[in-house]
Design a protein around this ligand. Sequence first.
Ligand code: ADP
Ligand code: MG
Length: 260
Amino acid sequence: MGATLEIRNLHVSIDGAPILKGVDLVLKQGETHALMGPNGSGKSTLAYALMGHPSYQVDAGQVIFNGADVLELEPDERSRMGIFLAFQYPVSVPGVTVANFLRSGINARRKAENPDDPGISIPEFRRLLKQKMDLLGIDHKFAGRYLNEGFSGGEKKRNEVLQLATLEPLIGILDETDSGLDIDALRIVAEGVNKLKGPGLGILVITHYKRMLEYLQPEYVHLMMDGRIVESGGPELAQTVEDHGYAPFFEKFGLEATEE
Ligand code: ADP
Ligand code: MG
């Protein structure tokens, strides 16, 4: 049976202001979901709350992963369980290479599963890393770069996808927060994620880029408005948003239109 992430009636506030007002979402290993919605609807808040960011106060609701109460766990424990959040390590770490970072991530996962695990051997890790970089079309030199130091937007995205590929999480959550993401960076993420899609990986892509959805072809599409998932469906929902924007949904759900 595959791993399942269940978000039930999640309420989250920032500085006392309610942002998420009861989010329900079930994401299974092997499925690809997209979360769309206008700016300010709470998409990134959901991602930060799932990560365990301290500024995001969970007021009510539950997040269950394979029977465990995720909200009780530290961010690194969530990661070791196999929940990956793309922006988990946004800071640059001078002196730590991409390769070192990935190797310690793999070893942390292995140790969480078996405390006696001696860790991945260097030759085995090199083979794995090369294989993943080749799969994703990433130059091998990238592995020797210091993590996030001077990374361009595209390189940060490459790094995210390479993390996703090598850490092999059960559930991957990618928030395309950067509104300045250029076409290349978008393509890096979309093509990379497409190659990683498979029965072992559940994906939640948070995006307002139509192009991303065209590349990714998620089976499930969710629409978030005013801190709730107001509608869920298949690719036709993304198409409706593309054709008509969010205005009809603001009207349908009796919400005040913000921006699109
Ligand atoms: P989205 O990702 O859908 O654009 P966000 O989750 O970033 O939406 O934001 C949802 C709401 O929360 C917005 O009204 C935003 O102004 C507010 N918000 C987000 N981050 C913060 C913060 N750090 N402090 C205060 N308010 C915030
Ligand atoms: Mg956002």
